[in-house]
Design a protein around this ligand. Sequence first.
Ligand SMILES: CC(C)(COP(=O)(O)OP(=O)(O)OC[C@H]1O[C@@H](n2cnc3c(N)ncnc32)[C@H](O)[C@@H]1OP(=O)(O)O)[C@@H](O)C(=O)NCCC(=O)NCCS
Length: 157
Amino acid sequence: MPRQPSIQEIEHGGDIHLATLEARNRILRQPLGLRLTEEDTRGEQSQRHFVILDHGRPLAGVVARATEPGEVRLRQMWVEPDLAGMGLGRALLEGVLARLASEGIGQVVLHARKPVLGFYQKCGFREEGPEFTEVGIPHRRMRRQLNPERQSPGCHR
Ligand SMILES: CC(C)(COP(=O)(O)OP(=O)(O)OC[C@H]1O[C@@H](n2cnc3c(N)ncnc32)[C@H](O)[C@@H]1OP(=O)(O)O)[C@@H](O)C(=O)NCCC(=O)NCCS
């Protein structure tokens, strides 16, 4: 685990992006008996891809899709399983939220798997709307308001 996690926005289609597709398939799909599909990755060339890198290897990642002016949806958040629970997820979210806030984004939404609601709650997200099923498992929609003036929105500890 890097001492100072370095959060980077990566190019779609490059080697690091290809490594994130492998990780997304292995971490977000295979445990559910699924595979990452074309539908999962459709339109991603116009979405933003953020990672924590360690010597060129992505250890965690998330995709950001603009939904409407001032709002972004985060999707496909993952951390390498052998590094889970060490703060990488929080570091990645903090870094991405700070960047989005500095760009004037005021609202961030996501679809959280039920078992990880607590992680997003700790990072300031709140549930909205009813439970629903996605990739065969229960999810809740969550939202966090960002203050564009604040460079570092932070997560609760
Ligand atoms: C969910 C995930 C992104 C969290 O990343 P992480 O690096 O393990 O989390 P962190 O170590 O940064 O945890 C930050 C805080 O959230 C808490 N947390 C982490 N996972 C949690 C969970 N599943 N439920 C409740 N709290 C959780 C941690 O305990 C920590 O709180 P603390 O500082 O009070 O101890 C990661 O475990 C993961 O990739 N899981 C598998 C894929 C997945 O489910 N992705 C989400 C799809 S919606």
